[in-house]
Design a protein around this ligand. Sequence first.
Ligand code: NAG
Ligand code: NAG
Ligand code: NAG
Ligand code: NAG
Ligand code: NAG
Ligand code: NAG
Length: 373
Amino acid sequence: MRLSHLLSLALAACASAQSLMDVLAANQGNLSTLSTLLQTVPDVVQALSTAQNVTILAPSNDAFARLMARNPRSSELTRNPRLLTGVLQYHVLVGRVPASDFSATPRFPPTLLDTPFANVTGGQRVQLTLVNNTAMVFSGYKQAAMVVTADVAFSGGVIHIIDNVLTVPANPAQTAINTGLTSLAGALTTAQLADGINSLTDITIFAPSNDAFEAIGSAVGALSQQTLANILAYHVLSNQIQFSTSLIAAGNPATFMTAQGTNITIRRENGALFVNSARVLIPDILTTNGVVHVIDNVLNPSNATVAPDTGAATQAPAFAGVTSVINSPFTTGIVPASTFVPANVPLNAGAASTVSMATLLIAGGAALLAARL
Ligand SMILES: *[C@@H]1O[C@H](CO)[C@@H](O)[C@H](O)[C@H]1NC(C)=O
Ligand SMILES: *[C@@H]1O[C@H](CO)[C@@H](O)[C@H](O)[C@H]1NC(C)=O
Ligand SMILES: *[C@@H]1O[C@H](CO)[C@@H](O)[C@H](O)[C@H]1NC(C)=O
Ligand SMILES: *[C@@H]1O[C@H](CO)[C@@H](O)[C@H](O)[C@H]1NC(C)=O
Ligand SMILES: *[C@@H]1O[C@H](CO)[C@@H](O)[C@H](O)[C@H]1NC(C)=O
Ligand SMILES: *[C@@H]1O[C@H](CO)[C@@H](O)[C@H](O)[C@H]1NC(C)=O
């Protein structure tokens, strides 16, 4: 076939792809709320209409109705173009991700949401995972959205219609307070670390559950602010976002240098992931500046060689001679603004991940988009 013929075929294919407006018009039954909102942000429409190789996660009418019912303040989206632009940016993935690219191994592609709403290099992330053969998207507080209509082609890439509006990730302190990690939130405040951690870029936090703090309860009252800060810094990796997939892929065991200066050891045993002797209970809760993994033990920088008893349901505390208390330590005055229950998605820790991020990083018109939005 002659080159000129190939080129004309390619052009014909492009011309036949529906524009964003065509797709919205053809799906008014599910996308009329999104269409109405888009009318208030013409710059976003313009950018999306000229985009290349993006994936739009388009909330359905039901999704917006659910958001309004859950949080009446979300009606501000209709009056605040800057807020709406940020929320919509979080619904546009850099790269074309058809539904066939979702798998049981999560992937974390970047979105167009960036500073000032996120401090994640390359753009804030979402989690895409195939759960029970359903394509799912997880956003801030690990809130779930389901793809209800997949692979609607448009001129700039592909659109998936989803059943919930994505939640823009909150900072680590808010994330801890609003997901029931109130002991950690209070400990960060007591150690005067909360503001510092919230303002970092690209971090990983291992977040002990309230039960974990209760298990060392007899010791916490005697900790000086400096000792507490030292212990908490041992739960943070700075300048690196390590999702569960990269922790699993790092080798078994693998060591990581913490912000405290001492290493932690990550192990994978019987489909579970351990940090020193602590088990990862909930992986991959996205925050403004990285990711939080909930763990079942408080880590002790003076006990870095402790290994898990992988057969046991719970681990012995990593602090010598402690006894548990009934009330969660550090929670006085820590009041959730709203409560989010992170989704419980089984950790796919059976084998090292082979999923490559490379296909997701094809930037296409993203630079243009980022400049326009
Ligand atoms: C909305 O999408 C669902 C799932 O694809 C489809 O079954 C339904 O017909 C659509 N509703 C309208 C009113 O278009
Ligand atoms: C997946 O299916 C299993 C078995 O039917 C069920 O227990 C589990 O809740 C489902 N997971 C999700 C996230 O829906
Ligand atoms: C991002 O980091 C800057 C600088 O540390 C900070 O001022 C800002 O509040 C952070 N943004 C968010 C959304 O947390
Ligand atoms: C700490 O972890 C880093 C990163 O894996 C590694 O390069 C270093 O050798 C480790 N240090 C010790 C003392 O194990
Ligand atoms: C380290 O942890 C082990 C097991 O949890 C515990 O028995 C031991 O007392 C701890 N050592 C120190 C120095 O805290
Ligand atoms: C879009 O993706 C295709 C396939 O990966 C690639 O060939 C093309 O160059 C990309 N277009 C832009 C504008 O990046």
